[in-house]
Ligand binder design. Sequence first.
Ligand SMILES: *Cc1c(COP(=O)(O)O)cnc(C)c1O
Length: 415
Amino acid sequence: MTTAAARPFDARTDATLRSLEESGQYKHLHMLESPMDAVVKMRRPNGKSADVLCFCSNNYLGLANEPRVVQAGIEGLKRYGAGTASVRFICGTFEPHEQLEARIASYMGTEASYTFVSCWNATEALFPTFCEAGDFILSDELNHACIIDSIRLTPVIKKGVKKGVFKHSDMASARQKLQAAQDDPEVTGQIWIISDGVFSMEGDIADLLSLRKLCDEFGAMLVVDDSHGHGVMGDTGRGTHEHYGMCPGTPSFDPANGTVDFFTGTLGKGLGGGAGGFIAGPKRGTELIIQRGRPTLFSNALPVTVACSANEAIRIVMDEPERVQRLKANVASARKKIGAAGFEVLESPTAICPIIVGDTAKAISMSQRLLELGVFVIGFGYPVVPEGTARLRIQMSAAHTEEHIDRLVEALKEL
Ligand SMILES: *Cc1c(COP(=O)(O)O)cnc(C)c1O
C-alpha cells in the first residue's frame, strides 16, 4: 500500500490562518440582511439581526438603494436578460454599454470611456496595454493595490518597461525620479505618472496641478485613479480633477490648469455602488484598449443590469448636484462634532474622516465596542497603515441625517 505524499499547501495554509487569528488580523465577514443604506440590518454573532448605523461604506451619495437605480437594473435585466455569454468584441456588447460609456465620458469631461467588470480590471488593462519597451511608470507610494499590481504585471507582458515609486505626494521626490529616468539610456519611450485622486486611508488628495506641471515638463502622461473621488470631489461631484478646475465642461474649469490624460474609476462606490470600472480619456486610448486590452479581450463585459443601474446613478449625480452638496454638509458637520467631542480627525476635503487612535489592538476593540453600540465603523491598523497610526475610518454619506451624526458622536463619547 502506498501512502499519499504530503502536500505543502495544507500545512502552510493552516499556519497562515492560525497566525492571522493569533495576531488579531483575521477578517470576519459581516453579513448584511438589508440593502446598503445609512442604517443596515446586520446578522450578529448570536445569530440575531440588529439595525446598525453604517459609517464604513463607500455609498457616498446614497445611490446604492436609490429606487430609480434599482428600477433601471430590473428593466435592464428584463429587456436584455443576464448577459451575452460572450466577450465584448465577439458578440458581448449591448446598447446599454454604449450608453453608459457615453455617459461616463460626459460626466468625466473626456472624449471617450470604456467599461470593465471592476476598476481593478480597468487598471490592470491600462498599463500592460498602453506601455511599450523603453517606457517608465512612476507611482505614488500610497497608490491603491490595483495600481501596484498593474505596474508589477506590465514588464512581464511588455519586456523593457521600467518603473519607479515617489514619496507620497512629494513633488521633489517625483521630480528627482523623473530626472533619473531622463538620464537613463534604457528609458527611450513614454513616461507615465499615476496617482490615486483621493487616498483611501488618509482621505487626502493628490496635488494634480503640480503633477500636471511636472508631466508637461518631462513630456509625461498623467493617469489618475479617482475611485474615492467620483461623486464626492468638486462642486458637481465629478472628481478630484473638478476640485482643481481641471474638468472640462464644469464651471470651475480653467484651461490654464491643464487636464488629466487618462482616468480609471469604479462604479462600485459613489456612482451607484454595484460594481464595474472604467478607463476614461481620449478615444485613441479607449480604441487601443478595445483592440489590445487583455482583461476585455478575454473576459466578459459588465453585466447589463449593472450597466443600466450605473448609467441611472451617474445621470442622477449629474442632474441632482444637491446630493453632492448634502454630502459636503454632512462631512462638515461630522468633522465639527467629532472634533468637539475631543477626537483628532485628520483634516481632508474628502468624505473620509480618519480618527487616529494609535495602537492597532485599540482601534480594533474600539470598532467592536462601537458595533455593540449600533454604529458600524471599521478600525484599520498595521500593516494596512503605518505602525502607531491605527485609526477608525469614518465614511460619510449623503444618506446620513443630522440625527445619525449625533448618534455616531454619542457612541464615540461612550468609548
Ligand atoms: C476601491 C478602489 C478600486 C477598486 O475598485 P473596484 O471597481 O471594486 O475594482 C480601485 N482603485 C482605487 C483607488 C480604489 O479606491
